[in-house]
Design a protein around this ligand. Structure first.
Ligand code: ZN
Length: 383
């Protein structure tokens, strides 16, 4: 998940001052006006704000944060909320996408693509292996993941320029610097065919069989790009399997720390996913460099708010520290980490904790910051 995506959702949060979560599971029908158009949405009402603003979860998994001034009509009935079936979801998304798109299904994913079917299959296989490894990893540590309510949707473009055009509304110019992203709002991943990247395709040609795709993407030149895709897929799985709640105030160091912890891809095995929790070399190198100038209150600033992740000058160091802290806590303070994870997983959407609450919640589980910080640095210096 990009810092930019997060900022947009935080801006949306700022306008929802007094909110409460609605326990209803009935279907809500809302008509709103946005960008001069009337839009009809049906879904589960998650939040109703004191000023009349709404947060609606549509049957396709998209979250609609509706401002009072946008709202035209709101009704409900007793029909229980049900997500779209994979058939319905496929039909609707194909209608939204350009004609050339097709869909490839796996047990948990719907991959919409206009590139080769082999590449869609490669993505599907990667995401299924990651899903299985992720689920096993947390289950073994005492946190039971849930089955996703919605299919995990990925939209894969053959060409980078088509991807940039498509993602411009959501990312703006930021799309140019990344190969794919997960959107909290739509619940979808969007990316392009990495085998088309010039520096990679010149070795093998563009299209290929699954074996050739794996050969191209196992090259060291592709490692960063593949890690980005795994990172984004980890966010999608974490937000859909009960680890975090979309639009809740989960600290960024925590959600990013998990994505960075899992991002080291394992392309060697066709079925399993070895090496979860191995040292993430590029992040470790960055963290060690950061240590030379690391301020004494670095742990506190990382935990108390998300500002370091939003500042382009500090973001890479913040990601490196989030990885290091996650690595240390998961390996060295496993029970406490799971306790903290369980607490964060129950957070409701659009409810914001202040910096003091965040610090208190952290201290309540892990104890005082200063001794923890000393232990953390001792542990990381040995690696
Ligand atoms: Zn991320």
């Amino acid at each position: 998940m990009l810092p930019g995506t997060k900022i947009r959702y935080l801006l949306a949060l700022a306008t929802f001052s007094m909110v409460w979560t609605v326990p209803a599971s009935a279907l809500e029908y809302v008509t709103l006006q946005r960008d001069g158009k009337d839009i009809h949405v049906a879904g589960r009402l998650l939040v109703e704000a004191e000023d009349g603003g709404l947060l609606l979860l549509a049957c396709d998994g998209v979250l609609w944060a509706i401002q009072p001034k946008e709202l035209i009509e709101q009704t409900s009935d007793r029909v229980p909320f049900e997500p779209f079936s994979t058939e319905e979801m496929s039909k609707r998304l194909l209608a939204e996408l350009p004609d050339r798109f097709d869909v490839y299904r796996t047990a948990h994913c719907l991959i919409f693509y206009d590139t080769s079917r082999a590449y869609a299959q490669w993505c599907g296989s990667l995401f299924e292996r990651l899903h299985m490894a992720f689920t096993n990893y947390w289950n073994r540590r005492g946190f039971e993941l849930i089955e996703p309510e919605f299919p995990l949707v990925a939209v894969v473009f053959a060409r980078r320029d088509s991807y940039l055009k498509f993602s411009h509304g959501e990312l703006g110019e930021a799309g140019k610097s990344i190969v794919g992203y997960f959107s909290l709002r739509t619940n979808r991943m969007t990316m392009y065919d990495l085998t088309g990247i010039e520096s990679l395709s010149r070795f093998h040609g563009r299209r290929g069989t699954a074996v050739q795709i794996n050969q191209i993407l196992s090259r060291p030149e592709a490692a960063m790009q593949v890690a980005t895709i795994v990172h984004e897929a980890t966010h999608q799985i974490a937000f859909n399997c009960g680890l975090h709640t979309r639009y809740s105030d989960c600290p960024v160091w925590f959600s990013e720390g998990i994505a960075v912890f899992f991002e080291t891809p394992d392309l060697r095995s066709a079925k399993g996913w070895r090496g979860i929790g191995n040292v993430n070399r590029p992040r470790l190198v960055r963290f060690k460099r950061y240590l030379r100038t690391r301020p004494h209150d670095s742990l506190e600033t990382l935990i108390r708010d998300d500002s370091r992740f939003r500042d382009p000058k500090q973001a890479l160091d913040a990601y490196a520290e989030a990885w290091a802290l996650t690595y240390f806590l998961i390996r060295h303070r496993t029970g406490q980490y799971i306790e903290y994870l369980k607490m964060l997983s129950t957070k409701k959407p659009l409810t914001t904790d202040g910096p003091q609450t965040r610090l208190e919640q952290f201290r309540c589980v892990f104890g005082k910051l200063q001794p923890l910080d000393a232990e953390f640095l001792r542990y990381m210096r040995k690696i």
